[in-house]
Design a protein around this ligand. Sequence first.
Ligand code: HEM
Length: 289
Amino acid sequence: MKRAILGSLSFFAFSAVALGAEILRPSGPISPVAVFRKLNALLLDAWPDEGATFIKSVSSFKDYYLYIILGLFGIFLLHYFIFGPRRFLHRGEKVAYYGFFTRFVHWGAAVSMTFLVASGLAVLFAKVFGGGPLVMGLRSVHLAAAFVFAIFAVFLFLSLVKDMFPAPYDLKWFLILGGYLTRKPRPVPAGKFNAGQKMWFWVGTAGGLVMFYTGYKLYQFTAPVSYLRELLKIHLYLGLAVVGLFLIHLYMSVIAVKGALQSMLTGFKDVEEVAKMHPKFYEKIRKEF
Ligand code: HEM
């Protein structure tokens, strides 16, 4: 009896070992390099296959940024010397345009975004700045400025959004490029904000907040690599639009429209500027008086 039990147990043990060996046996010859590749792909999320292509595509962004910045500087110079700036002298009747809160949050967003753009470009063109501690320091400035910007951007968004929705005449404004390609200013189709200002509003505030989210996730570096790669692409593509429109906003509000800066400082615009540049809004306020 004892012998029979021992015999059966040995048979089952032998069968189990044979079955296990069969399951574990690789289906074909597999080299250690192939095993390493598979493991690596699992751990690094296909980085070995796609990494080089990805790094190449990221470094080509440097060229895009350079084209945008240099191209816009060229366009600003041409525009300034061919058509000249618009001048509104703020000597006539005044129209209240920007309340104190809007001006306060605007300047908060403006200062923090100036730091963001400058430090972001320094990180992108790190080699030009010699890399090292200077660029690492500017990376910290980029992070700190992003938090300050995000707070001001939320309030700037809320304070202006009601006047920033698209209107049918916005398309016409784009078609005539806001009337900026002429020396004689004529009334253009625009409400309180023209189509270009609306575009900057959405890209600068809502787009700026998307930049904040993608940048913060990249800084944390805890998400899966494939997700981080997508976030970096969004950050860099959207960054192109933000930097481009930021430079246009700066040129328009400080250089091309003399008097605009004053309106964001005092809150008032000259009635002549409102009548010519924002006629739909002008008609509305005239009716209200
Ligand atoms: C140093 C940077 C900046 C300067 C000098 C500046 C200057 C100005 C000025 C003068 C105006 C009044 C324009 C007018 O009514 O004709 C204005 C308006 C405005 N700014 Fe800025 N700004 C700067 C940065 C920013 C930033 C970072 C944002 C948001 C992301 C922003 C968003 C706006 C918006 C939404 C308006 C109202 C619509 C418009 O004029 O585009 N600005 N800014």
